[in-house]
Write a protein that binds this ligand. Structure first.
Ligand code: SAH
Ligand code: SF4
Ligand code: F3S
Length: 492
């Protein structure tokens, strides 16, 4: 296990090992000698800034990058005026890419004044051929570029960058490798994401993820459970199991296992109090899973179930493999078996060919389901996806106008849903001191609603009973209460 590895003991005069992860530890030791030289020259440790720009899966990858940088000896910083900056990019929508190009301009200016600075780019956007071409042509100040399949090789790539001049580029088209036991530095001590699978096989016609993340690969259940047991020992109380489509977990394993079976194993782990997962594709959500959720004491009363569109015709064009009726039936079944469950969703507005009637179907599902919250997106054309080639693209103005109408409806319904919780006492996991007001802490209900309450940083990581006094639309103000429901004595 990585905590027991001593980089000082690695013999750098010998050839690097072939097998993983030993090879990466060899390169971490190598980078460390460079860091020591830096410290001697500048009188302080070099600072590294890891910027996460994507989804929870990217966030988890960023924790792995941070873990490696820490082990090498970098000090972490949130400021991009650092000795090493790495952008872990997303490319799910065009605006994600635009953000990267914009910020690179700023980094270039900083680097001109600090020539020893190193800049690296990795993640989903780097898997696109046009991006790499553009970088080579106009962004020669970037030192390292790698993709989603070889992130485990970060230490080895960094060693090359520290040794030579010029841009190092290493992009793989695919991989079937899953390298275990590399360091990770968690952002929170009490909760953690855990990859249970990588990639996606669904090829929804608008989506670039299967092209940049490759084919679906599940981690072995024993590796996942070992990781969660270790996290529990370290004080983690909430885990979020991560995959693009967790409902198809285990299908490609030597000993197949269903997602529902995996959840039951996680449930047995002592110390873990809350289990969440992301994302569920409606087409693969099994009765077995619904049953397990209904029985569970630890699985949170929250399900994120992306709808994308309420129109059966558009859903077919999107290659989603369910229609409006099937989605609504599924929701009904879940609500029946898991009382009090909060449902959230993702919706795309302006998919090619979407008519006013199709949009009305989406609004109808939103009303019928009554989501606690919904992420709404304007359709974004992604090069190489089937939908990008369609001729009947919806004019931007039209799509934006529909988007506003949908947003308004989603917010109205969410506010009503939240209002119904007012006055209740709910268990809350306290996550942080409130950024705006230091006398408050912020936490989450099992249903994922956010609540602010008077408190101190000592409460972080604890699950406490909170009375939800006031609803503010999509969040609450509350107060900690004891078992009998009376508020704890306030500070004098
Ligand atoms: N695997 C997850 C979603 C990952 S992407 C799932 O299938 O549920 C997160 C969300 O981004 C998607 O649910 C979708 O709503 C949105 N999205 C993906 N591609 C998009 C595109 N081209 N334009 C706009 N939104 C998109
Ligand atoms: Fe994209 Fe569909 Fe895969 Fe989700 S399931 S990542 S939307 S292709
Ligand atoms: Fe973005 Fe990649 Fe996640 S494209 S949404 S960071 S899988």
């Amino acid at each position: 296990m990585y905590q027991e590895i001593d980089l000082e003991k690695i013999d750098l005069s010998s050839e690097p090992p072939i097998e993983e992860p030993a090879r990466q530890y060899y390169f971490m030791a190598k980078c460390r000698t460079w860091i020591q030289d830096f410290e001697e020259e500048y009188g302080h440790k070099p600072k590294a800034c890891v910027v996460n720009m994507g989804c929870q899966m990217n966030a988890r990858d960023s924790e792995k990058l941070t873990g490696i940088l820490e082990m090498i000896g970098y000090e972490q910083t949130d400021r991009e005026e650092a000795d090493f900056v790495i952008y872990n990019t997303c490319t799910v929508r065009e605006n994600a890419n635009n953000k990267v190009w914009g910020r690179l301009g700023y980094l270039n200016n900083y680097k001109k004044r600090h020539p020893h600075m190193k800049i690296a780019l990795c993640g989903c956007m780097m898997q696109e051929a046009e991006v790499i071409e553009k970088l080579k042509k106009s962004y020669s100040f970037v030192d390292l570029v790698f993709g989603t399949h070889n992130i485990y090789k970060f230490a080895e790539l960094l060693a090359t960058v520290l040794e030579q001049q010029g841009m190092v580029i290493d992009i793989w088209k695919s991989t079937d490798m899953i390298v275990e036991d590399l360091p990770v530095e968690r952002k929170y001590f009490f909760k953690s994401g855990i990859n249970i699978m990588f990639g996606c096989n669904n090829f929804c016609s608008y989506c670039i993820v299967p092209y940049v993340r490759g084919r679906e690969r599940s981690r072995k259940s024993e590796d996942i459970l070992k990781e969660i047991r270790r996290l529990a020992k370290e004080g983690v109380v909430e885990v979020m199991l991560l995959g693009q489509n967790v409902n198809s977990y285990g299908k490609n394993l030597e000993e197949p296992m269903t997602f529902a079976e995996l959840l039951q194993e996680v449930e047995k782990i002592e110390g873990i109090e809350r289990i969440r997962f992301m994302t569920s594709h409606p087409k693969d959500l099994s009765d077995e899973l619904i049953e397990v959720m209904g029985r569970s004491k630890k699985i949170c009363r929250h399900l994120h179930l992306p709808l994308q569109s309420g129109s059966s015709r558009i859903l077919k064009e999107m290659n989603r493999h369910y229609d409006k009726e099937q989605y609504l039936q599924l929701v009904e079944k879940i609500r029946r078996s898991v009382p009090g469950i909060a449902l959230t969703t993702d919706i795309i507005v302006g998919f090619p060919g979407e008519t006013e009637e199709d949009f009305a179907e989406t609004m109808d599902v939103v009303e019928q389901v009554g989501y606690e919250s919904a992420f709404t997106f304007l359709y974004s054309k992604r090069t190489g996806t089937p939908a990008a080639g369609k001729e009947d693209q919806v004019p931007e103005e039209k799509a934006k106008e529909r988007f506003q109408r949908l947003l308004k409806k989603v917010q109205e319904i969410a506010a009503k849903k939240a209002e119904a919780y007012t006055g209740k006492i709910e268990p809350v996991l306290v996550e942080e001191v409130n950024e705006q007001d230091e006398s408050l802490v912020t936490g989450r209900l099992s249903s994922n609603f956010v609540v602010h309450l008077p408190g101190t940083k000592e409460m972080i990581g604890k699950i406490i009973s909170v009375k939800l006094n006031e609803c503010k639309g999509f969040y609450f103000y509350g107060e900690a209460v004891n078992e009998t429901g009376s508020a704890f004595a306030k500070k004098q």
